[in-house]
Design a protein around this ligand. Structure first.
Ligand code: NAD
Ligand code: TYD
Length: 341
């Protein structure tokens, strides 16, 4: 039975990945290593918590002793690193934890994995490392790295640390770069769950700038199948882009959400733009399709409707994750208190 260490497994994508992998592979064992920051929630894994193929270990990826201890305790074959500070707006307010977790933490994991002789290391990265596109074109794996936010810069640094370890030490590292994910269990600071939650509460939806920025949306289950394909068949040292081929402007998406939720467009509030806001992302995922036989399978229409339904059915989850600490962040970011629109 192979044993995979998943870092950041209590977050949005990590928790979806753990559930996906345990279901897909009856032979796999998963150790989830997570610091439980504001974005980490053990409740996301309640459905697998009792499985004898699942283990939770609290810890920080930048704590070498703790990482060494977990690698020693379990017979880990591969590491998938999802652990990160993941929100662009937070990185603009304070980049400190981004440097510590995304950069220092990734290097600590690489060093510990090398010392333990781990067979495979998948670094889960983002299309934001490529910067911003104009009206046409799409990012390929050859697009020059040109990150624009502190978050994107910290993820780029991590990608380059993996690249350097591969080059210098023959480290078995692989990098994946994915576009914007959506789906169940996403923390309601990101666009789609924030707007669903606010609309359900009859609160304004804060659209940055003119709302014409474009993102390429992928359902989280398609990202999970891509990461799993890389874990099983990816070539060491390679980079794989993943995207949903579902480009949408923020304002178009906002209108679609309001329609699905049967809420009026008067809830839309244009607010000052995000500093350095990337205009457009689009991913060319031909490499993953050709080399891994991977394809996105969830259409945006179907995935968005399912996601809205999930948030309708899980209002209590949203209520619980919108803790005191999150309320403070919301006030700092949007200049108003949550729930007092
Ligand atoms: P998230 O913010 O929902 O979850 C991050 C998880 O990492 C949390 O459980 C948190 O507790 C944990 N964590 C944070 N710092 C840690 C540390 N020092 N040690 C151990 N655990 C720590 O993030 P997400 O949206 O699930 O993203 C997961 C990964 O995928 C990130 O690396 C992100 O850069 C990447 N990614 C995200 C998207 C997206 O659209 N959300 C797109 C492409 C790539
Ligand atoms: P986000 O979910 O933060 O993802 P990312 O910045 O990684 O793409 O934002 C998606 C898009 O939505 C991005 O163009 C910024 C925009 N946005 C808003 O207009 N208002 C908001 O309140 C948020 C959080 C995002």
């Amino acid at each position: 039975m192979s044993c995979v260490l998943v870092t950041g497994g209590c977050g949005f994508i990590g928790s979806n990945f753990i559930r996906w992998l345990l279901e897909d592979d009856p032979e796999v064992r998963v150790v989830n290593f997570d610091k439980l920051t504001y974005a980490g929630n053990l409740e996301n894994l309640a459905s697998v918590a009792e499985s004898d193929r699942y283990e939770f270990c609290p810890g920080d990826i930048s704590d070498r002793e703790r990482v060494d201890g977990v690698l020693k305790q379990f017979d880990i074959d591969a590491i998938v690193n999802f652990a990160a500070e993941s929100h662009v707006d937070r990185s603009i307010l304070d980049s400190t934890p981004f440097i510590q977790t995304n950069i220092v933490g990734t290097q600590v994991l690489i060093d510990a994995a090398r010392a333990a002789g781990t067979n495979r290391f998948v670094q889960v990265s983002t299309d934001e490392v490529y910067g911003s596109l104009g009206a046409t074109g799409a990012f390929t794996e050859e697009t020059p790295l040109a990150p624009n936010s502190p978050y994107a810069a910290s993820k780029t640094a991590a990608d380059l640390l993996v690249r350097a370890a591969v080059h210098t030490h023959d480290f078995p590292g692989i990098v994946t770069r994915c576009s914007n994910n959506y789906g169940p269990y996403q923390f309601p600071e990101k666009l789609i769950p924030l707007f669903i939650s606010n609309a359900l509460d009859h609160q304004p939806l804060p659209v940055y700038g003119d709302g014409e920025n474009v993102r390429d949306w992928i359902h989280v289950s398609d990202h999970c199948s891509g990461v799993a394909a890389v874990l099983r068949e990816g070539v060491m040292g390679d980079v794989y882009n993943f995207g949903g081929r579902a480009e949408m402007s923020n304002i178009g998406l906002t209108r679609r959400l309001l329609e699905l939720l049967d809420r009026p467009e008067s809830l839309i509030r244009f607010v000052p733009d995000r500093p350095g806001h990337d205009q457009r992302y689009a991913i060319d995922c031909t490499h993953a399709e050709d080399e891994l036989g991977w394809k996105p399978t969830v259409s945006f229409d179907e995935g968005l409707a399912d996601t809205v339904e999930w948030y309708l059915q899980n209002a209590n989850w949203v209520e619980r994750v919108r803790s005191g600490a999150y309320r403070e962040y919301y006030e700092q970011q949007y200049g108003e208190r949550l729930g007092e629109g």
